[in-house]
Design a protein around this ligand. Structure first.
Ligand code: ATP
Ligand code: MG
Length: 344
């Protein structure tokens, strides 16, 4: 297992250190883990002047998986756009062709009070959003603001070809097979041609997965259903823009941003794994951050890139044990539990 790890900025190095401790346990038990550290984001800008330096490109391309903590912070927000940490993130996603973004939203029973919804609505919540990450209206051409007939006109193009839809559909069906074999595809086919094609192609692909029950939902209804009755969903697959919005909505159902991991995969299950949260500059360097999203990202890496379900389950079980024991970092602390630091 060749793993390139990127501690990044803010709380990044603190939470990455905890992920490395987890990997060290597996290493001591005999798993063949090779680690290489590289720079991304603000840390890379400070050292080399660019957010995604050549040395990092080399290391990331050579690895089977990339572990990323978080990038960005106010210190770099004054720089010209090409030098901002966020450009490093977009750069590595594009460079590694990470077109499939998997974001689980799980409600841990010990944290039921953290959700903004009533416990009976979210108890047992366990959703996986599969978002297409490299196409759609975010990248389509033509785009831009121009002057037409004496008026300014803003334009973006929503576009998918059938190959792009097919490959993300396969990822989603395979994810559904590993879970409860239910897949909901989200589109807006009643008004958008792109998503009519989306629906047609998803239906074609479904013929190869007769064991998975496929349903379709319009995005506006899905946004509503996620709040009304989120437990009806298991795996949800959708395009880049709808996925951006729905995955943020789903993550907030759990009320614990410090607990949510994510995976971004290419065609061969090479992936980049990172917490859903950002670099949290307000608590950086204080040993206060919740390392569980980072540690659960290691579990996703074991599951999706290395097909090591045993290791993934062990990490997830360990996280549940820590919560059951009442240990909490500040972000999920409540009365009657025990406050611990990031490294503890
Ligand atoms: P980005 O733009 O990179 O997504 P953001 O502006 O959305 O970042 P975050 O960095 O995710 O913001 O932080 C949002 C809030 O959540 C902050 O108050 C931060 O301290 C808190 N937070 C984020 N991650 C953690 C964590 N792992 N542990 C504890 N608190 C966290
Ligand atoms: Mg954010």
């Amino acid at each position: 297992m060749k793993i390139c790890y990127l501690p990044g900025d803010g709380i990044g190095p603190e939470i990455m250190a905890q992920a490395l401790r987890v990997l060290d346990v597996f290493k001591k038990e005999g798993l063949n883990i090779e680690l290489e550290e590289a720079l991304l984001g603000g840390a890379a800008v400070d050292a080399t002047g660019v957010p995604y330096p050549e040395a990092t490109q080399k290391a990331a391309r050579a690895a089977d998986a990339v572990l990323l903590a978080a990038v960005g912070g106010p210190k770099w927000d004054v720089l010209p756009r090409p030098q901002r940490p966020e450009r490093g993130l977009l750069g590595i996603r594009k460079d590694l062709n990470l077109f499939a973004n998997l974001r689980p939203a799980v409600l841990y029973p010990e944290l039921a009070n953290a959700s903004s919804l009533k416990p009976e609505i979210v108890a047992g919540l366990d959703i996986m959003i599969v978002r297409e990450l490299t196409g759609d209206i975010y990248f389509g051409e033509p785009r831009g603001i121009s002057e037409e007939g004496g008026k300014r006109v803003g334009r973006n193009t929503m576009i998918y070809n059938e190959d792009e839809i097919r490959r993300i559909a396969h990822v989603a069906f395979k994810a559904a097979q590993k879970r409860s074999k239910k897949l909901c595809s989200v589109d807006k086919m009643n008004v958008l041609e792109t998503t009519q094609l989306w629906r047609d192609v998803v239906i074609e692909v479904s013929k190869e997965y007769p064991d998975v029950e496929l349903s379709h939902m319009l995005v506006d209804n899905c946004a509503m259903q996620l709040v009304r009755a989120p437990k009806q969903f298991d795996v949800v697959v959708t395009g880049n823009m709808f996925g951006d919005i729905l995955s943020d909505e789903a993550s907030m159902l759990t009320g614990s941003i410090g607990m949510l991991p994510s995976a971004s995969l290419d065609e061969n299950n090479k992936g980049m794994y990172e917490p859903c949260h950002g670099s949290a500059p307000d608590i950086a360097g204080k040993n206060l951050a919740n390392p569980l999203a980072m540690i659960l990202s290691v579990a996703m890496m074991m599951r999706y890139t290395f097909a090591n379900e045993a290791a993934a389950t062990r990490i997830e079980t360990a996280v549940k044990k820590v919560l059951a024991a009442g240990l909490r970092t500040g972000d999920i602390y409540e009365e009657g539990t025990q406050r611990v630091s990031c490294s503890e």
